[in-house]
Write a protein that binds this ligand. Structure first.
Ligand code: ADP
Ligand code: MG
Length: 246
């Protein structure tokens, strides 16, 4: 396993949001976390990227404890996060935005080489290089964010609801790029409201509710679980009426 969370408790102010989360992410996989709003999905990504310190529990990455490291240390280990909200700088050009992803690198030749690689993978970055990022569509801005996060050549990419606000066709294109990043050797931990689409491209699915992992398994297991739809209708797994599988 590349990443392991064991009994992670974390929260904001006086209350715990994560109530003992156990989660394992296999190297080279796409793992998708789904669950209702407020379940703690974004909080899981925040404790992994170092934006929030776990109160108790353990987080290991490549076998090494990273709980308590600051975001920059975690970034330098090869873990990058793409935020839930759009984070391009609208008045800067597309290329400037992508270059920002390499802020920790001082080797200009390396940065230029990486830029060429990401332009290869994201044609929009090349075609719209000198346009203001704010002039791109929502889906194109997502791709710019992906391209930017690849500038550090990460091993683990944390994606928080990349489909948010996208129409179905654009969503498919964005998810196709997520899959391509995995095929390029990255491991992806994805949070998605759009459970069917997110699980559809994933190897492993995790259902969170009220700060805990309620169910996990292959994406087929999770998608075919009769209680999942109940969960999305606002019920809880334990309270959901038992549905018989014939
Ligand atoms: N910065 C914060 N300060 C206080 N409470 C927060 C903060 N961020 C999230 N929360 C609370 O933590 C809970 C889980 O939030 P979050 O992890 O964002 O859920 P999800 O991503 O599953 O929708 C929610 O009840 C939310 O109100
Ligand atoms: Mg969230």
């Amino acid at each position: 396993m590349l990443l392991n969370l064991t009994n992670v408790v974390a929260g904001y102010g006086g209350s715990d949001v994560l109530q003992g989360v156990n989660l394992a992410v296999e190297d080279g996989s796409i793992t998708c976390i789904v669950g209702p709003n407020g379940a703690g999905k974004s909080t899981v990504l925040r404790v992994v990227s170092g934006l929030l310190r776990p109160r108790t529990g353990e987080i290991t990455y490549n076998g090494r404890s990273i709980a308590g490291m600051n975001p920059r240390q975690i970034l330098s280990l090869g873990i990058v996060q793409v935020a839930q909200n759009h984070s391009v700088f609208p008045k800067m050009t597309v290329r400037e935005n992508v270059r920002l992803g390499a802020f920790m690198l001082s080797d200009r030749a390396l940065v230029n080489r990486r830029l060429e690689e990401v332009e290869e993978m994201f044609p929009v970055v090349k075609e719209r290089a000198n346009d203001k990022a704010g002039s791109l569509s929502g889906g194109q801005q997502r791709l710019v964010e992906f391209a930017r996060c690849l500038m550090l050549d990460p091993q683990l990419i944390l994606l928080d609801e990349p489909s948010m606000g996208l129409d179905p066709k654009t969503l498919r294109q964005v998810f196709e790029r997520v899959k391509a990043m995995q095929q390029g050797g990255r491991t992806i931990l994805l949070v998605e409201q759009n459970a069917r689409a997110g699980l559809g491209i994933s190897n492993h699915g995790v259902v969170m509710e009220s700060g805990r992992v309620r169910l996990e398994g292959s994406h087929e297991d999770v998608l075919s679980n009769p209680e999942i739809s109940q969960l999305y209708l606002g019920g809880t797994i334990s309270a959901a009426p038992k549905t018989s599988i014939s």
